[in-house]
Design a protein. Structure first.
Length: 247
């Protein structure tokens, strides 16, 4: 009986540790700061980017969010959507290389957006919408390094860029892929028609992305439960073998 109890106890411990590890990984996978949609056509005009900021701390609230926009490939005509309780400050920078547009030459562009005054509690998230006039045409992606500050003084730096062939970094920066105009749609008319959809559906796109992350987390959670069941089954099998050997 003592041997049987020891076997069951050991199997239960291994099962619990495995399940906890899998569930912890699921939580980490869903906690990144992200930008939605995940891609836009190069040179797209009059669209909306949504930065989703989840709170990953149990004992502190997010009280400040800083998003840095690239100035080597600037996003033109940046405007922020008001959020209850939050104050947004847009910092502009003089461009090293002015950008020529149909409306003239642009010499300055937004380089940082800082939201303060609000609060994102444990288990919550906030969507910050940013409208743009035009995206760059001379790059394949935009990286928006982000700092997330908590009420306890902790700052999480979402600034790491994934390298080709490597696993996702621990604190990845939100990244927007820019595709050839023909990949998504053809001509300026498609970009114009996409703009209203982006304005009205930015949060819907972000919600869909969050649902996808939640599905991944749930899948990992289910995997953990399956591991647990298999562990208990192995323990039961060991008990049966032990009894059979004794008889």
């Amino acid at each position: 009986m003592s041997s049987t109890r020891h076997t069951l106890r050991r199997a239960a411990t291994v099962t619990a540790l495995t399940a906890v590890s899998v569930l912890a990984a699921a939580g980490i996978a869903a906690a990144h700061v992200t930008v939605h949609p995940e891609s836009y056509a190069k040179g797209a005009t009059d669209g909306v980017l949504t930065f989703r900021v989840p709170n990953e701390e149990d004992t502190a609230s997010t009280t400040k969010v800083q998003v840095y926009l690239p100035t080597d490939h600037p996003v033109l005509g940046v405007l922020v959507t008001p959020h209850d309780g939050w104050t947004a400050k847009v910092t502009t920078t003089k461009l090293k290389t002015p950008v020529k547009t149909d409306d003239g030459t642009i010499t300055e562009a937004a380089s940082e957006i800082t939201w303060t005054g609000g609060k994102i509690g444990a288990g919550q998230f906030e969507d910050f919408d940013v409208a743009f006039g035009q995206l760059p045409e001379d790059t394949d992606q935009l990286t928006f390094k982000t700092l997330q500050t908590y009420s306890d003084g902790k700052t999480v730096r979402w600034i790491e860029e994934a390298q080709s062939g490597d696993d996702e970094p621990e604190n990845p920066a939100p990244t927007l892929k820019l595709t050839a105009a023909g990949d998504a749609a053809a001509g300026d008319d498609s970009a114009a028609s996409a703009a209203p959809a982006a304005k009205t559906g930015g949060k819907a796109a972000a919600t869909a992305a969050a649902d996808s992350s939640d599905s991944t987390a749930r899948g990992l959670g289910i995997a953990g439960l399956i591991v647990g069941v298999l562990g208990l089954a192995a323990a039961a099998f060991a008990v049966v073998r032990t009894r059979g050997a004794k008889s």
